[in-house]
Ligand binder design. Structure first.
Ligand code: CA
Length: 221
């Protein structure tokens, strides 16, 4: 997983950084509130670990701004603010979980996994299958089938479809997708790949959200 860690405390930040890296995560550790919004808009992250008390701002404002900007990435708040009011306030503005400092690293990892699992992003060793309607994608074996029939996708098309499918139900912005799938894009090739992908999997799966990006709508429960 690619994790954005916003934490100004050096001792806590470095402990979290090494614990998360030990788990195989890619971590960007940032200590300033002012850097976050632009970075998560420009680049794909699976989850944001958000401290609230920061030297140049407040995590509550960051979370509010992030949700107002339409960003839906999972956010796990890590803070010393323990009042019920603070906790409920954070959930009300779009936090996915809330962990009070001091906490034990294993609890953070467990909660992080739970957040990722709810977001459909949990990692496991098996050849995980992602599915919507009769479209299926298996990550390890790079197999995509439509109604059981195998499809031949390019590497980029596969990565694009995997990114959208894993986040089904969430609008991914163009720059989120590009940073993950097309890092050297000139800004136009994404549409070309989406066009080609739709020709192969059918028009119905990938929806365009005008001015924002794309999403795959998950099956209704
Ligand atoms: Ca802090």
């Amino acid at each position: 997983m690619k994790i954005f860690l916003l934490e100004d405390d050096i001792a806590i930040g470095s402990a979290l950084l090494s614990a998360l890296q030990d788990e195989g995560h890619v971590v960007l550790w940032c200590r300033l509130a002012s850097k976050v919004l632009a970075r998560v808009q420009a680049e794909y992250f699976d989850v944001l670990l958000l401290d609230l008390g920061l030297p140049d701002g407040d995590g509550v404002e960051i979370l509010t701004a992030l949700r107002e900007a339409g960003l839906t990435l999972p956010v796990l708040v890590i803070t010393a603010r323990e009042s019920l009011e603070d906790r409920l306030g954070a959930f009300a503005i779009g936090a996915d979980d809330y962990l009070i400092k001091p906490f034990a690293i294993p609890e953070l990892l467990a909660r992080l996994n739970a957040v990722l699992r709810r977001a459909g992003l949990a990692q496991d060793g098996a050849d995980a299958e992602w599915r919507v309607g009769d479209l299926s994608l298996r990550e390890r074996s790079m197999a995509v089938t439509l109604a059981g029939a195998p499809l031949s996708l390019s590497k980029t098309e596969f990565a694009l479809l995997a990114t959208l499918l894993k986040q089904a139900g969430r609008v991914l912005t163009r720059s989120e997708i590009e940073s993950r799938v097309l890092p050297n894009s000139d800004g136009k090739t994404l549409d070309v790949h989406i066009f080609n992908l739709r020709k192969k999997i059918g028009e119905g799966f990938i929806r365009t959200v005008r001015g924002v990006g794309y999403l795959i709508v998950p099956d209704e429960l």
